[in-house]
Design a protein around this ligand. Structure first.
Ligand SMILES: *Cc1c(COP(=O)(O)O)cnc(C)c1O
Length: 456
């Protein structure tokens, strides 16, 4: 009875469109979209009324139509503020780019470019020349190729060079990187035959040597990106693997994962293998990501022997893994920072890694002061940031965290995530924490306002 009465109160789409606020929406969004939104709102309300809800006032329905229209336009991919203290956060888009990298991407995105055009000859060129020279100069490699990401790089290398052949890999390196990228699966998918040697904790050059057969094409090394082996462990040096491979006419494939051009040790971190070290050790092909410790856009970078790179460039799959012009522009601009020796000042990932304790402490105290002016009680506590992104597992950097005094950290964290832009915080031991290290200075003011709104 009551339900039928409530349903009768529901306006028709036409009547709702005549409401003053909805008529204004028609002006702004057009008739068709507004009708669609009105229908969706009325359908949802009808459903709710049937469940026993009262019919909302027409003003409320009009407002919901407006909200629905706004939702149509709201991008699902939006900028966010990373207050987690995880510098290379894969779920939050990995490396933020330098001002110069963004400008370079913008410049080629806004118009045409010589992406595949040889300006000297006035004819077709290759997109693969663009970052190659810089990469070779920085690493000492003979040749280079940039593809969509490092997963693509590994798959391409194995498919192009090891299909139906044997690739020898230590049992200590049969890793899952995340997102279902498991080395044994990738190997199978590529058509290469995986030959496991050694044990989980110890593998010797002799293990590789005794596994070599007529069908062997390569020895492979995979960086254990996201966990650490400790204790009674052994792995041969890359140069020892190269010596064996050279002797037997085999390739050495080195998946570095993150890859870095800079030494991590001056920052109090463990040693992350550098790209230059792998090239110098004589790996036939080295692959790494563009958006991990390199601090550039998403890309897979392959470096090594010129004949092998030439073969990869001609391999049909390469076309399916090719990079976009904006990626190449951003990568070039990022690499230029390294060549100029300014990467630690310009590349955000390295600025964050290199931020001093004094600066972090001063920022945290400044946040407390700013938050207190907005009636948000908070305190500074000592804590740790991590590098993340499949590099330096288990390694941390000391930091100064801002702990918000709230009743329910989960609820407040949820409200922070619902902000515009969303703020991603960290909950640890029941405390809601913000790490200034991963918050860009130009985002600070916005962050304080959003925190005030989420806690107020
Ligand atoms: C991260 C990683 C990959 C995948 O690289 P993407 O650039 O994310 O595709 C592959 N191998 C290793 C060892 C990694 O750490």
């Amino acid at each position: 009875m009551g339900i039928q009465e409530e349903l009768r109160k529901l306006p028709s789409v036409d009547r709702l469109l005549q409401h003053e606020a909805v008529a204004a929406l028609v002006e702004r969004w057009g008739h068709e979209l507004t009708v669609e939104a009105a229908r969706e709102v009325l359908d949802a309300v009808r459903e709710a009324v049937r469940e026993g809800d009262p019919c909302p006032a027409t003003d409320v329905l009009a407002r919901r139509v407006g909200e629905r229209l706004a939702a149509y336009l709201r991008p699902t991919l939006r900028p966010a503020i990373n207050a987690t203290g995880v510098i290379i956060h894969t779920n939050l888009g990995r490396a933020p780019l330098s001002v110069e990298a963004r400008a370079a991407m913008d410049a080629v995105a806004l118009g045409y470019s010589n992406l595949e055009y040889d300006l000297e000859a006035g004819s077709r060129g290759s997109r693969y020349v663009h970052a190659e020279e810089l990469l070779c100069r920085l690493t000492g490699a003979d040749a280079a190729l940039v593809v969509n990401n490092n997963a693509a790089a590994v798959l391409l290398i194995l498919m192009a060079l090891a299909r139906d052949r044997e690739v020898i890999l230590s049992r200590g390196q049969l890793v899952e990187i995340g997102g279902g990228f498991r080395i044994p699966d990738v190997m199978r998918q590529s058509g290469a035959r995986l030959v496991e040697v050694g044990t989980t904790n110890r593998t010797y050059v002799g293990d590789y040597e005794s596994a070599i057969t007529e069908g062997t094409v390569a020895l492979m090394r995979v960086h254990r990106s996201n966990f650490r082996l400790m204790g009674f462990v052994h792995e041969p040096e890359l140069s020892d693997m190269v010596a064996l491979a050279d002797e037997r006419g085999l390739l050495v494939l080195d998946d570095l994962g993150s890859g870095t051009l800079l030494d991590t040790r001056p920052y109090g971190l463990a040693h992350e293998p550098t790209i230059q070290e792998s090239v110098t050790a004589g790996a036939s092909l080295v692959s790494c990501s563009g958006d991990k410790l390199l601090g550039g856009p998403q890309a897979g970078i392959i470096l090594g022997r010129a004949d092998l790179i030439a073969h990869l460039k001609r391999f049909p799959l390469t076309r399916a893994l090719r990079v976009d012009k904006t990626t190449l522009a951003g990568l070039q601009a990022t690499l230029r920072h390294y060549l100029l020796g300014e990467a630690t000042e310009k590349v955000p990932v390295w600025r964050m890694i290199g931020q001093s304790q004094d600066v972090l402490e001063a920022r945290a105290h400044n946040w407390i002061a700013e938050l207190s002016q907005r009636d948000v009680p908070a305190s500074v506590v000592a804590g740790q940031s991590t590098v993340g992104g499949g590099s330096l597992p288990g390694e941390t950097l000391s930091t100064h965290l801002v702990a918000l005094k709230v009743d329910s950290p989960e609820d407040t964290a949820g409200r922070l995530r619902a902000g515009e832009p969303p703020v991603i915080a960290r909950i640890e031991d029941g405390r809601l924490l913000l790490d200034p290290r991963t918050v860009l200075p130009e985002q600070e003011m916005t962050l304080w306002e959003l925190v005030a709104r989420a806690t107020g």
